[in-house]
Ligand binder design. Structure first.
Ligand SMILES: [Zn+2]
Ligand SMILES: [Zn+2]
Length: 239
C-alpha cells in the first residue's frame, strides 16, 4: 500500500475536523455542505441571485430578453451572488487584508458554480480576467480575479491578454459617468482575435464600467462575442 493510499484510508477512519469559516461551528456530518469551508446553514444564507433576475433592468426575465441596452459590446452579464454579507466581507478581507482563508471560501464557491454550470463554459474560447495596474498589483501582491478562478478547472483563464496601462484612482464613491471617464483608455489588449468568443471575469461589478471599457477594447481587437461573469454584483446601483 502506498503512503498516499494509507493516509487516505486513515483520513476516512478519522476525518480531519473542519470548522465553518462563517459561524466557526464544527462541521458535523449533518452540517456538511458541498462547500468544504462552510456548514449547511451558512451556505443556505449566501446571497445568491435567481437566474431569472435581469441585472440590466432589475426585472424578472432572462438578461438576453432585456430591451435595456447597457453595453453595445457585452451580450450577457451573469453574477453568482449579490455583493452582500457575508460575501462582501470575505471579498474585502481577501483584497485588502490578504485573508486567504476568506479567499479559499470564495474560490471554492466559484469552483462549485463551475461544476453546476459546466456547459456554460463550453460556449467560450477564452476566459479572461480583469487585470490590475502593476502598481496596484505590487501593493496587493496578487490579482484577486485570477485567485478566485484558481480552484475551477472548466476553462483555463488567460491572464496576460489584457493589461491595465494607466493607474486609476479607486472607483468607490464615483458615479457611473465618473467611472467611465476614470477608466477611459486605461486598458490595452495584447492579442489580435479572429472572431473568438470571450468570457470576461471580475470579482465585483458595480456599474459595469470596467467590463464595458475592456469589452470595447476586445471588440476592437477582433473578438466576436463577449459575455461577463462576476462573483458579486452590488445592489441598488444600475448598470
Ligand atoms: Zn456555518
Ligand atoms: Zn431586463
Amino acid at each position: 500500500m502506498s503512503i498516499r493510499r494509507g493516509l487516505d484510508g486513515l483520513m476516512k477512519l478519522f476525518p480531519c475536523p473542519a470548522w465553518c469559516f462563517q459561524c466557526r461551528r464544527f462541521i458535523t456530518e449533518e452540517l456538511q455542505s458541498p462547500c468544504q469551508s462552510l456548514c449547511l446553514d451558512c451556505v443556505g444564507i449566501l446571497p445568491g441571485i435567481e437566474q431569472t433576475y435581469c441585472l440590466a433592468c432589475c426585472k424578472q426575465h432572462p438578461f438576453e430578453h432585456c430591451k435595456t441596452v447597457w453595453s453595445d459590446e457585452i451580450g450577457h452579464l451573469r453574477s453568482l451572488f449579490w455583493y452582500q454579507e457575508p460575501l462582501n466581507n470575505w471579498v474585502t478581507q481577501l483584497k485588502y487584508s490578504r485573508n486567504f482563508n476568506a479567499g479559499r471560501v470564495l474560490s471554492e464557491l466559484v469552483r462549485l458554480w463551475s461544476l453546476e454550470n459546466e456547459s456554460y463554459f463550453l460556449k467560450y474560447d477564452f476566459l479572461l480576467t480583469v487585470p490590475l495596474h502593476w502598481r496596484r498589483f505590487l501593493k496587493r501582491g496578487f490579482n484577486q480575479t485570477q485567485y478566485l478562478l484558481s480552484a475551477q478547472n472548466k476553462l483555463k483563464p488567460n491572464t496576460n491578454l489584457i493589461q491595465k496601462i494607466r493607474h486609476t484612482p479607486h472607483q468607490a464613491g464615483k458615479s457611473s459617468r465618473e467611472r467611465e471617464i476614470n477608466l477611459h483608455q486605461s486598458f490595452a489588449v495584447t492579442k489580435k482575435f479572429k472572431g473568438e468568443r470571450i468570457l470576461l471575469f471580475d470579482d465585483v461589478c458595480t456599474t459595469g464600467q470596467t467590463l464595458k471599457e475592456i469589452s470595447r477594447n476586445l471588440m476592437e481587437a477582433g473578438a466576436s462575442k463577449i459575455d461577463a461573469l462576476v462573483l458579486c454584483k452590488t445592489r441598488g446601483e444600475r448598470l
